[in-house]
Design a protein around this ligand. Structure first.
Ligand code: KIV
Ligand code: ZN
Length: 503
């Protein structure tokens, strides 16, 4: 059985989703989870593009063990040297360089001839190879490139030292039969093809990214580039969970599999949602809330008799367990620590203590605590920032004939500041009071609220997106009281803005 490599680009192409930018700590937290998931390569960013991305590639490269860590670089000397600077201390590293090859891009965007594009590509692969042993090259917009020229470029970059050649469907234009034929043609026409792994990188503009990637596997591709939840530029990239589960479920047909530890899929998906603020649509394959929900009576009847009648994937195989009652307010630290281990989390003693404190506060308000609640408490602690502001107290008057009024007390520096404000609703009043105390003038771009589990005592989770002086950040808060959760999310985002200003 062939082993297909999984190249995860959630931290690079995924981050190109509008509003999904991540800071270094967030990228590090996600990269650690990707390592647990068992991806082969993590594209941690584009080192030359910004100091933040440089730092992220460097930090992930130095601190995350297991996968190869990669930086993207245009076929330009300054990009390649920057990727090398960021990766030079990483034990396992790759430089991924690219140049467009389609006539449309060469003529209108780069204004260079095919010969010049080929020359630049070869020279930059050689430069990258003089710095690292593992070099990947992508002929951008490959699916709209003349096939004979594409073969010429692929052969030349392999001769120049590229050990992976990635074929991107940059604009999500191809369809499975056409893409399969292209991958097959490359294998037939490029003389030195056996000296490189052929990778594919499909965008989802026509909703075909997963199908196109699978067609490529059937025709010899050995690496798939993808992102968790399929996030990425425009309509996104091939979704990792879909392609991995398709290969696993239909091993009989593909005669291929990946090294992914599929039980980490749900956890990875939730972490990406939490960090990027991009929720997954309920009917999304594999990780959507309805992916395993059977509504029809006929289906339910079949399932009760024999699961395989209507279930092609066991939910547990992707780490999805039905809400389990786990703990209550009398549970002790030891039981809590064991529970974290059962859920697959390896936290430091300090993180266990912080999460336990959060757990105790919730347990005082909520009788039954489920696995999902505990997961939310853990992710609430991921990539935390220093607390310039913290919530001390919040009380609220609202009702049908009441003007909503919030009284908020925040700790700011060494002191406590108190403020009462009215608004159009309880959240509006609370946010006005917080803005007045913190003397901030950010714009609220997005406000999302959801219940983590069922029941009227469920933990509510709020995600906000704020913008101030062209900086945008996301904040999260979870609490049994949704107004408190909303206040926590807003304060979390303000703390991030404050940390950025200081930086
Ligand atoms: O979509 C694309 O072509 C890319 C390349 C940089 C690989 O993201
Ligand atoms: Zn892309």
């Amino acid at each position: 059985m062939r082993q297909i490599k999984i190249f995860d680009t959630t931290l690079r192409d995924g981050e190109q989703s509008p509003g999904a930018s991540m800071n270094v700590q967030e990228k590090l937290a996600l990269a650690r989870q990707l390592a647990k998931l068992g991806v082969d390569v993590i594209e941690a960013g584009f080192a030359y593009s910004s100091p933040g991305d440089f730092e992220a590639v460097k930090t992930v490269g130095n601190e995350v063990e297991g996968p190869i860590i990669c930086s993207l670089a245009r076929a330009k000397e300054e990009d390649i040297r920057s990727a090398w600077e960021a990766l030079k201390d990483a034990p396992r590293r790759r430089i991924h360089t690219f140049h467009s090859t389609s006539d449309i891009h060469l003529k209108y965007q780069f204004r260079v001839s095919r010969e010049e594009a080929l020359k630049r590509s070869v020279n930059m692969v050689k430069l990258a190879r003089s710095l690292v042993d593992d070099v990947e090259f992508s002929p951008m917009d490959a699916t709209r490139t003349d096939i004979n020229y594409l073969c010429e470029v692929v052969e030349a970059v392999i001769d120049a030292g590229a050990s992976t050649v990635n074929i991107p469907d940059t604009v999500g234009y191809t369809i499975p039969s056409e893409f399969g034929t292209m991958i097959k043609a490359l294998h037939e026409k490029v003389k030195n093809i056996d000296r490189a792994v052929i990778s594919v990188h499909c965008h989802n503009d026509l909703g075909l990214a997963t199908s196109n990637s699978l067609a490529a596997v059937l025709n010899g591709a050995g690496q798939i580039e993808c992102t968790i939840n399929g996030i990425g530029e425009r309509a996104g990239n091939c979704s990792m969970e879909e392609v991995v589960m398709a290969l696993r479920t239909r091993r009989d047909l593909f005669d291929a599999d990946t090294g992914i530890n599929t039980e980490e899929i749900m956890r990875s998906s939730r972490l990406v949602t939490k960090i990027t603020g991009m929720s997954v649509q309920p009917n999304k394959a594999i990780v959507g809330a309805n992916a395993f929900a059977h509504e029809s009576g006929i289906h339910q009847d079949g399932l009760l008799k024999e699961k395989s009648t209507y279930e092609i994937i066991r939910p547990e195989s992707i780490g999805l367990y039905s809400a389990k009652l786990v703990m209550g307010k009398h549970s002790g630290r030891h039981a809590f620590k064991t529970k974290l281990k059962d859920l697959g989390y390896e936290l430091s003693d300090e993180e266990v203590n912080e999460t336990f404190e959060r757990f105790k506060r919730v347990a005082d308000q909520k009788k039954d605590i489920f696995d999902e609640d505990i997961e939310a408490l853990i992710t609430a602690g991921v990539a935390q920032v220093p607390e310039t502001y913290s919530l001390v107290d919040l009380s609220m008057i609202c009702g049908i004939n009441q003007k909503p009024t919030a009284a908020v007390k925040l700790k700011v520096g060494g002191g406590i500041i108190h403020r009462m404000e009215q608004g159009d609703g309880p959240v509006d009043a609370t946010y006005r009071a917080i803005a007045a105390i913190t003397e901030t003038k950010s714009n609220l771009l997005k406000f999302e609220i959801k219940a983590i589990t069922g029941g009227t005592d469920a933990l509510g989770e709020v995600m906000v997106s704020l913008e101030e002086d062209d900086r945008s950040v996301r904040g999260h808060g979870a609490d049994t009281d949704i107004i408190v959760a909303a206040a926590k999310a807003y304060i979390n985002a303000l703390n991030k803005l404050a940390a950025r200003k200081k930086h």
